[in-house]
Design a protein around this ligand. Structure first.
Ligand code: CA
Ligand code: CA
Ligand code: CA
Ligand code: CA
Length: 427
């Protein structure tokens, strides 16, 4: 049985009271739900904002299991005991559908349709964006979780089959062996697929071949890709999260609450960890420092709780928040693809002085004889990843000798599609 050592009943009732006040006060809360967290104690789903405050509470007809946030911030939630899937937004349950079998984990595809896996029938079901059942694929034994990659393929972990099934666009399937008892799975924007197993991790390439495998953790379970491309894994036996770089190198381990299962990254660069047995949702920054701890009776859910995996991996070219910067451009620039108030700085390469004109003054700034630059990326005229004499020489050549123009973005201001680390553009 679960225990609840941290969240007292007093604390929880206070949080719920606050949530009620906020929900009934305005429609503006629709924009502020950052993370959908299932609460197994109350059979409800809670909307948390980026500060960890509960800003929405929606009662469910049973205990939710899988969650998948859509591009508009709503969430599909599976309720296997009731053989239901519901779509929830801050106003409540918008859609309720009955799948052919009880469904566990869910994932949203590029066209708005979604997939769910059934550990009862070992099948994956495909539904359209309104929940109409479209097709069924047979997967391996007792599927646990799924992820959709950048070219629309569905990857399913088969917990009892010790394998991963890939469902291709044409509906054909391929099964690849992995380690013992695979659970969590994430498709990285870079193309690899991360599989979490009872005693470690296997990274697969898109063709199903093994890129690497390593023994790590103490029964790790959930996985998410952070805004910066690091991969975070909940380690339920160690009550911690493991932070890896995209190549699979273990960078750090951060202690969280008791028995972390669910884990999901947000657009602000943070990662939230759902610690079921201690009744806590930890929100960590990209270095693992604790930003907030939210008391929730029994927080759970596997899947994409924020929509960030959908934004970064499935639909990187889309602009979810409508701020004119594509999701992928925002993630490489470190701005929030789910928040229109956070967007990359647009600049013209070569305009080192940031006055809107590319001229000799900019050459002096590059040479260090002008005001300190606020957008160092603009000084890297040839986009070589280094600021050096060649940039000044290239700009002089362009201005006075008919030489090549600066690299993009030029001449129109825009965002950098491949910013060099260490060269911030802040204004
Ligand atoms: Ca955007
Ligand atoms: Ca944004
Ligand atoms: Ca200038
Ligand atoms: Ca350069």
């Amino acid at each position: 049985m679960k225990t609840n050592s941290k969240g007292t009943g007093m604390n929880r009732s206070w949080m719920l009271c606050m949530a009620w006040l906020v929900v009934t006060s305005s429609m503006a809360v629709a924009q502020s739900v950052d993370l959908w967290v299932l609460d197994g104690d109350t059979d409800s789903v809670l909307g948390l904002d980026a500060s960890g405050a509960i800003v929405s509470t929606v009662a469910l007809p049973g205990d939710g299991a899988g969650t998948a946030v859509t591009h508009d911030g709503a969430a599909w939630i599976s309720i296997p005991a009731e053989q239901l899937i519901v779509k929830v937004d801050v106003d409540g349950i918008a859609v309720s559908v009955s799948p052919p079998e009880p469904v566990l984990a869910l994932a949203v595809a590029a066209d708005g349709s979604f997939w769910g896996v059934s550990n009862v029938s070992s099948e994956a079901f495909h539904f359209d964006d309104s929940g109409v059942w479209l097709e069924t694929a047979t997967v391996g034994s007792v599927p646990f979780a799924l992820a959709i990659d950048g070219v629309g393929r569905v990857w399913v972990t088969n917990a009892f089959g010790n394998s991963v099934t890939r469902i291709d666009i044409d509906g054909s399937t391929a099964e690849f062996p992995v380690g013992f008892y695979p659970t969590g799975i994430a498709a990285h924007p870079g193309g690899n697929v991360w599989v979490i197993e009872k005693t470690g991790i296997t990274i697969l390439a898109g063709d199903g071949s093994v890129v690497s495998t390593q023994a790590v953790g103490s029964f790790p379970r959930g996985v998410t890709v952070a805004l910066d491309g690091d991969v975070w894994v909940s380690d339920q036996g160690a009550h911690s999260v493991l932070q890896f770089d995209s190549a699979g190198q273990l960078l750090d381990e951060h202690t969280v609450g008791y028995v972390p299962w669910g884990i999901s990254a947000s657009g602000d660069g943070s990662v939230s960890v759902l610690c079921g047995y201690s009744g806590e949702v930890f929100r960590l920054d990209d270095d693992g420092a604790v930003l907030a701890v939210t008391a929730v009776g029994y927080p759970n859910a596997i899947g994409d709780l924020s929509g960030l995996q959908l934004a970064m991996t499935v639909l990187p070219e889309e602009d979810f928040d409508g701020d004119s910067a594509a999701n992928m451009i925002e993630s490489v620039n470190g701005t929030d693809p789910l928040d229109a108030g956070s967007q990359p700085v647009s600049f013209v390469r070569g305009d080192a002085s940031r006055d809107g004109v590319v001229d000799i003054v900019d050459v002096f700034v590059i040479l260090g004889h002008g005001d300190a630059p606020v957008c160092q990326e603009a000084l890297d005229v040839d986009d070589s990843g280094m600021i050096d004499l060649a940039d000044a020489a290239n700009l002089l050549s362009y201005l006075f000798m008919g030489g090549a123009s600066p690299a993009a973005p030029f001449p129109a201001a825009s965002y950098d599609s491949s910013p060099a680390s260490g060269y911030p553009c802040e204004g």
